[in-house]
Design a protein around this ligand. Structure first.
Ligand SMILES: *Cc1c(COP(=O)(O)O)cnc(C)c1O
Ligand SMILES: [Zn+2]
Length: 565
């Protein structure tokens, strides 16, 4: 345990670092992306776009690309992560682009392809978003975050944040199917089930983040999330020529990109990617976007048909396809409706029944089973072909966006979610939200970890974060630890013994000599075999001695709960 991982890390420190700018869509103001911004510093506009050094990318691509594996990180010159050492990855992206052969025969449309996003680590294209968003959180030293979700974002963010050691607070509308909620809980996230629509759930999550001072993932306004979705398009563009038998071309845009659309992250990101590809001279045209929604929650379709620039929200979604039931798509609609008005494309609605039929068709014809959200895109394809909006000889890529895992029902106890009730009456909502949030506050305990090994610290933090609301502070040596304890007056101290400089024994001496601190419980966690003399030195002065490697997470938690309750 006592090597110097910091030095090791320095030594293997990489290769890739670059600069990223944030550019305001409203006024064009440009700043270096060094920390997350909520709005433009000049005009207050909330739509900021990442921007890169395109001239150097034009020079480097495709030579560097030919040497990289086929995953989403191969496009990293156009992703907003500055330093590769912060990458949190599980093999996301690089999904196959498949030819829907039998479907094509049946429909008389020979160029239908689908991007098989079911093959991501958690089974949906949100894995791209999570991989990049969590990496960027890590790059900005965040240890906790709040996210609101209709299911798949929470699942994916939870998996990646488990890997990164970031605590995730997930706010899910209670309409989210239980199998999705169970998966979120399985990864160790806090699950807060809000008995309200998704849009109200987003509001509860935002209020919670604000009050607790925790970073909030801002959905369509999140730079990392949107930028990640570009990689679907880059990959498609590289995969298409071969499938079509277009040997000489390296990159190619399809005629159509079709996606089930909820918050609009996918199509917005895909559009930006094609704009960048045109700018880099990689493709010579833009695809048309088809955004498909379910009839019971189709704010984009209705607003577009009425010629509106801003989406009219659907307050009470009526659909079984909860994963895409965003009633209030906000700026994504404004963006997409402009694109589709100017460049062609379509907004289309399909009924739940049509969705289930499409699900059957795809499974039976081409052996592809998918969740209802993904089937929505296929139902939309059928409809647009029937209407003649999509021509049968056009090249179409459908995003087969996801499939839910069957998470074992009996695996978890029954306390993996907390419920927040939001009152139904419109005018009572404000008051109700605040009241609801109080329920979550509980009694927050603070814990100081004094440990010089960053890996061990991360693991302890992780164990604590899977259970309850601890405020966790870390110090990496004895002196800093003592200062931290004096400042924070924690409810509990986790103390390592072997540290350079002031070791754990000396920290303990200092704590016990200070009358303000001598009562704070101390759990000693050590990898060291203790001598009799050392045991005597600890005896009566600590609350528990735990040997690294010989305790389970559960035992440590039990000890902590006993002491910090
Ligand atoms: C999130 C999601 C969508 C909708 O994505 P947006 O681009 O944000 O509208 C569609 N299908 C699945 C499976 C999803 O998880
Ligand atoms: Zn601005």
């Amino acid at each position: 345990m006592k090597q110097t991982p910091h030095n090791q890390r320095e030594a293997t420190r990489h290769k890739f670092e670059h600069q990223v700018w944030l550019e305001c869509a409203g006024c064009g103001h440009r700043v270096l992306f060094t920390h997350p911004l909520k709005a433009c510093e000049k005009c207050g506009g909330q739509w900021l776009d990442a921007s890169y050094d395109y001239d150097s990318v034009r020079e480097q691509w495709p030579a560097v690309l030919s040497e990289r594996p086929f995953d989403m990180w191969r496009y990293r010159e156009l992703l907003p992560l500055r330093d590769d050492t912060n990458k949190v990855t599980m093999g996301e992206g690089g999904t196959p682009l498949l030819h829907a052969t039998n479907l094509g025969l049946m429909l008389g449309a020979p160029h239908i392809y689908f991007k098989d996003e079911r093959q991501g680590p958690t089974g949906s294209f949100k894995d791209r978003q999570a991989a990049l968003a969590i990496s960027v959180m890590k790059e900005h030293d965040m240890t906790e975050a709040v996210v609101a979700s209709t299911g798949n974002v929470a699942i994916s963010y939870s998996a990646y944040s488990a890997l990164a050691g970031i605590k995730m607070w997930t706010f899910l509308t209670s309409l989210v199917p239980p199998e999705k909620m169970r998966e979120v809980a399985l990864y160790g996230s806090e699950v807060i089930k809000v008995t309200a629509s998704y849009d109200q759930t987003k509001k509860v999550a935002a209020d919670f983040a604000e009050r607790k001072g925790i970073f909030l993932d801002r959905g369509i306004r999140s730079i990392a999330a949107r930028e990640a979705m570009k990689t679907v398009a880059f990959e498609m563009a590289e995969q298409l020529p071969m499938l079509i038998g277009d040997g000489d071309t390296l990159w190619r845009a399809p005629d159509w990109y079709i996606q089930a659309t909820s918050g609009g992250m996918g199509p917005v990101g895909v559009w930006k990617a094609y704009e960048e590809m045109v700018r880099l001279g990689l493709v010579d045209k833009m695809p048309k976007l088809a955004c498909i929604q379910v009839a019971g929650c189709a704010p984009m379709v209705h607003s577009f048909n009425k010629g509106l620039d801003e989406a009219e929200p659907v307050l009470n979604p009526q659909t079984l396809v909860i994963t895409i039931a965003t009633g209030s798509p906000g700026p994504a609609y404004t963006f997409l409706s402009r694109v589709i008005r100017e460049h062609g494309g379509a907004f289309e609605a399909v009924t739940d029944e049509e969705v289930f039929r499409a699900m059957h068709v795809m499974a039976k014809l081409d052996g592809v089973s998918m969740e209802t959200a993904a089937a929505t895109a296929f139902a939309g394809l059928f409809k647009l072909l029937n209407k003649g909006i999509i021509k049968r000889d056009e090249v179409v890529v459908v995003n087969c966006s996801g499939h839910t895992f069957p998470v074992e029902k009996h695996l978890l106890g029954d306390e993996w979610a907390r419920t927040v009730d939001v009152p139904k009456r419109e005018d009572a909502v404000e008051e109700g939200l605040l009241g609801s949030l109080e329920q979550l506050d509980g009694r927050v305990q603070s814990i100081v970890i004094i440990e010089d090994n960053p890996q061990a610290t991360l693991l302890l933090r992780r164990i604590l974060q899977t259970r309850g609301e601890y405020r966790i502070f870390e110090a990496h040596d004895g002196i800093a630890g003592l200062e931290l304890v004096r400042r924070e007056r924690p409810d509990l101290i986790l103390l390592d013994l072997m540290m350079p400089g002031m070791d754990g024994f000396e920290v303990l001496d200092a704590l016990k000599a200070d009358e303000n601190l001598s009562d704070v419980p101390v759990i000693v966690i050590t990898a060291k075999e203790l001598t009799i003399a050392e045991r005597q030195r600890l005896s009566g002065r600590i609350d528990k001695l735990m040997q690294k490697g010989s305790f389970t997470d559960e035992e440590l938690l039990t000890e902590i709960l006993k002491r910090a309750a």
